[in-house]
Design a protein around this ligand. Sequence first.
Ligand code: IVH
Length: 784
Amino acid sequence: MNAAQRILELRAELDLHNYRYHVLDEPSIPDAEYDRLFRELKALEAEHPELVTPDSPTQRVGNVALGAFSQVRHEVPMLSLGNAFEEADMHEFDRRVTEGLDLPVGDLFGGGAEVHYSCEPKLDGLAVSLLYQDGQLVRGATRGDGTTGEDISVNVRTIRNIPLKLHGSGWPATLEVRGEVFMSKAGFEKLNATQMEQGAKTFANPRNAAAGSLRQLDSKITASRPLEFCCYGLGQVSENIADTHIGNLEKLKTWGMPISRELKLAKNIGECLDYYHDIGARRNDLPYEIDGVVFKVNSLASQRELGFRAREPRWAIAHKFPAMEEMTELLDVEFQVGRTGAVTPVARLKPVKVAGVTVANATLHNMDEVARLGLMIGDSVIIRRAGDVIPQVMQVVLERRPENARPVHIPESCPVCGSHVERTQLVKRSKGKETVSEGAVYRCVGRLACGAQLKQAIIHFVSRRAMDIEGLGEKSVEQLVDEGLVASPADLYTLKFDDIVDLEGFAKLSTENLLQAIADSKRPSLARFIYALGIPDVGEETAKVLARSLGSLARIMVALPQVLTYLPDVGLEVAFEIHSFFEDAHNRTVIQQLLERGLDLQDQGDVHPEYAASTTLAGMIAKLDISSVGPTGAEKLVSKLDSLDKIIAADGIDLRQALTTKQAEAVREYFKVPENAARAKAVEQQLKDFGMHWACEKKRVEGLPLAGQTWVLTGSLERMSRDIAKDKLEGLGAKVAGSVSAKTYCVVAGPGAGSKLTKANELGLKVLDEDAFIDFLAGHGIHA
Ligand code: IVH
């Protein structure tokens, strides 16, 4: 292909993407790919100036107006910015600025004049102009092609942080403010979740979501979207405000205009680069997405002196960060089997660098996601790696689908063990009702007979927060399973020296160490053990709640789902998972074997008094989900009929003394069904067996010493691990939180404590160092 042909091809492609990006708000390729095509075209045109035509995308920056909104002319054009990708580009920019201002340019040893720059994040949203007349917002407009935009006044008025009227006084009669409309990361996630729930289209990234929300013909939709505005400059003004760019923005802030919290002054280009690195390091933690930082010559007189080149100011530049989205090819879809047997599709990708990290795999979550994306093997796909999150496939580039693209099929049998793969509907239970939701989960029915599930189960069982068996890595677990030495977690406790020493990476000493670690793991706390079992949906917190409330493995194993729902944060769904885990014969056998092989659970005891007190008869009645009988109805019922037997036996007359006719009828109907009465009796019986009958319901619980207090641990602790410190505090009734706020009661700060300690001091909170903390624990009879 010759240059002329390639130029035409590039223009056609760029035009199409321009249209999709600016008019449809549905870009089909990542910005990085667009930039590459654009640069290729620019380079070709530079080599062949005779081929440049006025309709080339390089000759026009901006977009076509959508048409449905009325048009607005920008008195002062809305420009774009030149980009810098490398540090060298930034030094080059600084040199051009310095020269342009007739200031001495330095050499390798410095000596040049230093220009002050303003530094701001480059928000990834869309540029908007707001016109204020006599302090009133009279118009909002998009950038359009820079000269003509669209009137989106109605929509702009729905954005909550845009002042409809300026605060204070002293503003110019005509004041045009410019800035970015964007969506925070959290707002974007929430919006997509709602869209997904409603079966509406989801957005590929916060920028598209912001664009799609702002350019809605129905402003009610805009109003329902979490849009925000951030001001970064001025357009038309009837009067000058300040002498510097930062001065302008700070003045605008006093008039109620939102400006960036990250706005800073750099006294030279070196400080600009520091700013770039600082923001870059915090990029993932910022609540909104940015694609770079913007530097502007701070002095407005200098800005005027420098002026413009084509469509870009000479006094400003965008220093871009690596792109978070890239395009690559979907080579295949493979299926992985997780700990609970869920079979999940995983995308195998042609390796591509996204924001500095090579990505070759991406999770596809489930088959619904594959269907939603309309994914076929061979497709070009957009990969996004936002922050520390695992890479996601965001979109298929349909224009690039090859002819031989193949559909993705779920395998009928497990790729690991060959067992049948079963399609289970996601069942949602709430208040005893079961509803089947849309999504489907595919599960290998092989359970611990499936190598993949067994390996995952054992890896979880031995992990640090579970049984904490050190020296048994994933590779060794795989070998033990593959060699048939371990067929359940209980088999770990029958391993012999000879079984281990031959494994890859093991020698005499490491084998002895591992055997010792296995032996040492035989006295776990009940909570650790429950967590180690890997019950679906039971994480560390739930395991702790189960252990602390019910006090013994025996009780947890027999607990009825309804009884479990008395526990804090345990809903019916989790309760059913727990119950059916312990009902399963195989699981019971494994637990039995573990106990026979010497496992000795610590910290077992009585039912926790607080839990006991939470079980009231009225509470139980309310949980039965008798139609029209909620907590208040249940209270009334119990105030007249104070035992379950009486309630079950009650006739309509008795019941109507406490309830409305409708409620009384519902209670009668409910208990007429023998299974309902039997279930209620079984729950009551179990609560009694656990020693928590409602006869004692009035008894006040002696609170634990730290009940109601929130503690925060920060820095490193040397005499006790953070996990153990957390356990101890929780044992005394405290809540342990991850961040400091005015509600924090006390902060334990070890060496290296940083911002949390600073904040605690600012708030004047109680702070203990490690020694003081250990003394404090000792004061409560707890020793490190
Ligand atoms: S200044 C004449 N400052 O980036 C200078 N732009 O590529 C005009 N943007 O259209 C822009 N954050 O949508 C400026 N702090 C910032 C910005 C910013 C984001 C966007 C804006 C503009 C594009 C320029």
